[in-house]
Write a protein that binds this ligand. Structure first.
Ligand code: SF4
Length: 376
């Protein structure tokens, strides 16, 4: 079983913190992109078929900017090329302000059964500062419409560590998000990425970020509050009501194969990772010439596979499946990492039971320190 990812690289405007592969392109680029995307799906299908898929994820960018017809065309092409299971999880990332009730009803009818809304915060001045195009009123409207359209699996994204954000504001955003009764919440700590307007503002000394202690308090607040309200922390930054963990994202962390379509998408299949070009126009040109838009391929050797297997699994609450490690690599995990595992256990960053090795809450906070110890 594989997972399918579709990248839609368009946004109405670029947020000030964003270094994701997305552009604020004119709408007249969308049809050419969708047609190229369908060509890529068919091209890859010739290389890797027949394959059964059980999750589809439209990510971006802002996939909800595409018309319902375009999303229908992409889904039909996927279904013709891959054996999509009848109960497949089909997610669409949507920005409040880009959807209304008729559109959401049509998307639901197409088979999209999970929506992920980029809420980020509930204070309009913060949203404006981030460069988001939506307001709290838009978010409220979008969630109400999604429920009315029949969506029963809704995820909300929240951000912390934002310029001018206080703990009280995060508390207000979290309380508001909980009141909407979503099935899933993802949290993101703001990272200042090079080349973004925020990086420039920071350089110029005009980005009033909260201090490190406040950010840590924010992290502690949100990671303890969500479980108190019935959300299971199934991955470092992801919380879900029972049975609503994202199957698509879990597939990545559980080392399962996936195919990514669209510019800047990655695929992981047959121990090989391929990276598509980031340039939208180059992507369209390449697909139109019947060539895969791949700019880099990486064959996984045993060592890379082992490291990735550990990093990815450690992100999840369940952790590393020790039996699976032994089956994959014909050695016990203690043979390979014994010294570091013992050190991390002593530092209480890692815990172990008969079947799994997993991060403690302190380990989740200091994830990068733990992951480093699994580099060979
Ligand atoms: S909407 Fe998302 S992808 Fe688009 S610019 Fe903002 S953060 Fe980036």
């Amino acid at each position: 079983m594989i997972s399918l990812y579709i990248h839609i690289p368009f946004c109405l405007a670029k947020c000030r913190y964003c270094d994701f592969p997305s552009i604020a392109a004119k709408k007249d680029t969308y049809p050419a992109y969708v047609s190229a995307l369908c060509k890529e799906i068919k091209l890859r299908h010739q290389q890797a078929s027949p394959l059964k898929a059980d999750t589809v994820y439209f990510g971006g960018g802002t996939p909800s900017l595409l018309s319902v017809n375009s999303i229908a065309t992409i889904l039909t092409t996927l279904k013709t090329s891959y054996d999509l299971s009848p109960d497949a999880e089909i997610t669409l990332e949507a920005n409040p302000g880009t959807v209304d009730l008729p559109k959401l009803q049509a998307l639901r009818k197409l088979g999209i059964n999970r929506l992920s809304f980029g809420v980020q915060a509930t204070q309009d001045f913060l949203l404006k500062l981030l460069g988001r195009i939506h307001t709290l009123a838009d978010t409220k409207e979008a969630i109400t419409a999604a429920k009315k359209a029949g969506f029963q699996n809704i995820s909300l994204d929240l951000m912390y560590g934002l310029p001018r954000q206080t703990l009280a504001m995060l508390q207000e955003s979290t309380a508001w998000a909980l009141q909407q009764e979503p099935q899933h919440i993802s949290i993101y700590g703001l990272q200042i990425e090079p080349g973004t307007p925020f990086a420039q503002m920071q350089k110029e000394g005009c980005l009033p970020l909260p201090d490190e202690d406040t950010v840590e308090t924010m992290y502690d607040f949100i990671t303890t509050t969500l479980p108190q309200h019935g959300f299971e922390r199934y991955e470092i930054a992801n919380f879900a009501r029972h049975g609503f963990a994202s199957r698509h994202n879990l597939a990545y962390w559980q080392d399962k194969a996936y195919l990514g379509f669209g510019c800047a998408a990655h695929s992981y299949y047959n121990f090989q990772r391929t990276y598509n070009t980031h340039n939208v126009y180059e992507y369209i040109r390449s697909c139109n010439n019947n060539a895969l838009p791949v700019f880099e391929e990486e064959k996984f050797d045993n060592q890379t596979w082992m490291e990735e297997f550990c990093f990815l699994a450690l992100r999840t609450a369940r952790g590393i499946d020790k039996k699976k490690f032994q089956e994959n690599f014909h050695r016990s995990i203690h043979d390979v990492y014994g010294k570091n595992i013992n050190m991390l256990l002593t530092q209480k960053l890692l815990k172990e039971n008969d079947a799994y090795l997993f991060l403690t809450p302190a380990g989740m906070k200091l994830g990068n320190i733990v992951f480093e110890k699994f580099l060979l």
